[in-house]
Every structure is written in C-alpha cells, then in structure tokens.
Write a protein that binds this ligand. Structure first.
Ligand code: BES
Ligand code: MN
Ligand code: MN
Length: 454
C-alpha cells in the first residue's frame, strides 16, 4: 500500500524537492536571510499539507526552527525527527556543471546544493510521513524539528532545546543527515566527531610594505602563519598542541578490529581522489583516521596580494580558518583554549596573533544495542536486502550530543547519502535511488520501532 502510494506520487515528490532546492538557504551569509526564511516557510507549509499538527515557526535569535507533530495515541512511542533546511555556501560557483540552485537530474542523480545535505534527506521524512498518513499506517507519534542553522553550529537550536524539554519529549531521535558506504553496502553511522572551529589573524607591520625595501628584515605574517601552522603536526602527523590528546579515550583492540573490518578499498579511494598516496596520523588506518581520531585542518588561508599578475608586497596581515575534529571525551571549549594558548605562545615577537573561536560541539556515539538501532537496521535490511554495517562517518552534527545531554534521548543516524555525493563541494548531488529508497525505508522504521517497543 505504501509502495503504491509512493510510486503514484513519485513525480510530485521530486518536484517538491526541486522547489525547496531552488531557494538558496545559505545560513553562513547574511545576504540570504530572506531566502532562509522562505525555506522555513516552505517546510512549514509542506509539513501542514502532509498532515502534521501544531506546526509553527519557532522564532530564535537567528533562523526559525520548524516544529510540528502528530500525537494520536499517547500509548505509542514517539519519534522526534531532526533535520536541517539550511545549506553550505555554493562557492566556487564556476566549478558547478549546472548552477547550484537550479536542480538538474543527470545520470540518475539530482545536482544541487543541499540535494543530499540535508534538504533531500530531510524532505524524505516529510514525504514518508505523508505516505503513512495517507495510507493510514502511521505506527508512532511524530515530532518534527527542522532547523536552519546546522551549518553554522546550531547555537540557537541549542538554546531552544534547553528550554523545551517537555515539548520535545520522545523515545528516539531519528536523523537522516549522514551517509552509507555504497548503495549495495548499506551502513549506519554510529559515531559523530566533535568540532572546534577557530579563525586566526596574524599581524606584522602596521601597513603593507614594499617587499624589496623591507623584505628580509621584518616578519612577514604569511610566512609566519605558515610556519606556525606547519608546526602543529610532528613527523608522525601527530598534533603538537600540548594536552591535545589528554582526554582522548583509548579504544579497545576489539573495537579497532571491528571498525577496520568495514569494507574499504584504499586503491579505489586514492583513485577517486586522484592522489598517489594517503597521509595521516602514523599507526592508524584511513578508516581510523577519519572515524575515531582527532584532526587539525586548515580550511582556508589568505592575505597579501592575490589579484592578477605580480605585486611585490610584504603584507601587514594573514588569516586562516582552522577546524579540529574531536573524539569522545575531548571537550570543544577546552580544546579551543588549548589551541589558542599554544598558538599565541609560539608566535615570534615580530607579529601579533588574534584567535577568534567560531562554533563547536561535542562528539557523539550512538548505541548499536538499542531498540531504535535494531529497528533501523531491520528497516534497512527490509528495503536493501542486506543488514547495515555500523560505521564511523567522521562528520559532526553537534546537536546530537546536546540532545542526549538535555533530553536524555539517544539518536539513530539513518542516513541515505554516499561519501561520493560531494556534500559541501561543487556539484553536490543525491541519487534518485537514495531519495526514493529513503522514503520507502522510513515507514518500516516506524513500524518496527512500534512493534519492538510493545
Ligand atoms: N550532514 C553533515 C554531517 C555529516 C556528514 C556527518 C557526513 C557524517 C557524514 C552536517 O551538515 C555537517 O556538515 N556538519 C558540519 C559541522 C557543522 C557544525 C558546521 C561538519 O561536519 O563539518
Ligand atoms: Mn547536514
Ligand atoms: Mn553539512
């Protein structure tokens, strides 16, 4: 009955996704504030149309949160669905084959910013809900909480959650905002890393100087910044910030073995990225480096003359944006302080250093022995024909740790994306297969979760 409803409404489900993908809801850039709100209103309207009640835009100091629910039998378990309608910036736009906000299907994939992260995956939940409502098969109570600031740290959602414990009460939090190994190797992400994100500014002389007249005699902030950043790793690609690893949980050999038994083809990985070799912390495999080890990565670096041709200038300032991925037990605020203190301490006298913390968040491990995980596993097995493998995806969704702390509710990360979907990159895409598979799988989760909670 459900599959019939889905196939009858296939085209509309896709057209609606296209509509939301056309609105550039970039949360990082204030210029898109109006579009961000339009997107929230779109989600609100579609939530109402799908049959949710109490649907509201919850105003925050930033972008609105779309809340809605369908509580029809208090004796049934309640699923809290979280997703985000904001997206990353689309730059560099010239690298997109078709424009980021003009969704296009090529080779069975929807190309658009947010196609996978997270509009496509979030919208599957609304369509799965509509399907269950229309076929009278909704097996659990539902609460939706769709936010517009995930890509900028979820600060306002954090505040909202802290003051709405009762309203958000649920038995499980269900999120589709992660990926799988491959369409024929289903998996469930069970570990999210934490994050410390900082911006640094290095100032040398009080003004740009002639690089011949002053060069060689005055600290060049770009040279210095590069030296400082290079010193953050030792020859084993271990991070040198004193105390950085102090709180890192030691993981057991058994857990490492389990993690490394996930299907992974290093040759294919290198070929895909067109690199001769991988590089990372000594003593750890690629899956460990991305899944269960902390990192220090420069996300952007700039300063001086970057226009056409050559300009001989010794710049006054240099900047970098840096992210550190954290693992359980490392605390984002503490790591930011460790970095900040160390970075300032290693700066030579010829420069001044300023560190500005951006957002952060804690790591989260989702249990594999919970009823919810078993229900998700069985749902995926039903529609994919194979039980999913637990994996550590490496990404961060900071609100997950906060949900657990504030609401005491665990999360299941039932994601349908693929690593190759190019999220945050040019030509982000999402398979039509994945979109419809998600819509088909979600109702099974509700059904099995209700059955298993009885
Ligand atoms: N959906 C991603 C997180 C993700 C991607 C988890 C792939 C696992 C696998 C999310 O939208 C995201 O991009 N999060 C940010 C953190 C945020 C604070 C900006 C991230 O991981 O960089
Ligand atoms: Mn996301
Ligand atoms: Mn993202």
């Amino acid at each position: 009955m459900q599959s019939q409803y889905i196939s009858q409404n296939k085209d509309r489900f896709l057209n609606e996704l296209f509509e939301i993908l056309r609105i550039p809801s970039i949360s990082a850039d204030k210029a898109f504030l109006g579009d961000v709100r339009k997107t929230a209103e779109f989600v609100r309207d579609k939530m109402i149309a799908a049959g949710a009640e109490n649907v509201v835009l919850e105003e925050t100091a930033g972008n609105p949160i779309v809340y809605g629910d369908k509580i029809f039998d208090p004796s049934l378990p309640t699923v809290l669905v979280y997703g985000h309608y904001d997206v990353q910036p689309s730059v560099p736009d010239e690298l997109w084959t078709t424009p980021a906000f003009e969704p296009t299907v090529r080779d069975g994939k929807i190309y658009a910013r947010g196609a996978c992260d997270d509009k496509g995956q979030m919208y599957m939940h609304l369509k799965a809900f509509e399907t269950m409502m229309q076929t009278n098969t909704l097996a659990c109570n539902v609460k939706f909480m769709i936010e517009g600031e995930e890509e900028v740290g979820s600060t306002n959602l954090g505040i909202y959650v802290k003051s709405h414990h009762e309203k958000l009460k649920a038995d499980v939090i269900l999120i589709s905002d992660t990926g799988m190994i491959a369409n024929d190797i289903p998996s469930i992400d069970v570990g999210l890393r934490g994050l410390s994100y900082v911006e640094v500014e290095v100032t040398g002389p009080n003004r740009d100087l002639h690089s011949g007249v002053y060069g060689g005699a005055v600290a060049n902030p770009i040279n210095i910044l590069c030296t400082m950043i290079a010193s953050m790793h030792d020859e084993n690609r271990h991070i040198t910030i004193p105390g950085f690893y102090d709180d890192v949980n030691v993981i057991s050999e058994a857990d490492r073995k389990a993690l490394n038994s996930a299907p992974f083809d290093l040759e294919h990985y290198k070929k895909d990225l067109e690199i001769e070799d991988v590089m990372g912390e000594k003593g750890y495999s690629t899956l460990e480096r991305t899944g269960i080890r902390p990192t220090f990565e420069v996300n952007g670096i700039w300063g001086g003359y970057i226009g056409e041709g050559a300009k001989t200038v010794l710049p006054s300032k240099a900047y970098a944006k840096i992210s550190m991925r954290l693992i359980p037990n490392q605390k984002s605020k503490a790591i930011t302080k460790l970095f900040s203190d160390y970075f300032v301490s290693i700066a030579p006298k010829g420069v001044k250093v300023k560190v500005t913390p951006h957002h952060g968040g804690e790591a989260a491990i989702t249990p594999t022995d919970s009823v919810a995980f078993k229900a998700a596993s069985k749902a995926i097995e039903t529609t994919y024909g194979k039980a999913p493998i637990p994996t550590f995806g490496g990404g961060s969704i900071p609100i997950v740790a906060l949900f657990e702390k504030e609401l005491g509710v665990k999360t299941v990360l039932m994601g349908f994306g693929l690593d190759s979907d190019a999220i945050h990159s040019p030509n982000e895409h999402y398979g039509l297969f994945n979109y419809y598979k998600g819509i088909e799988t979600i109702p099974y989760f509700y059904k099995y979760f209700a059955d298993m909670m009885k």
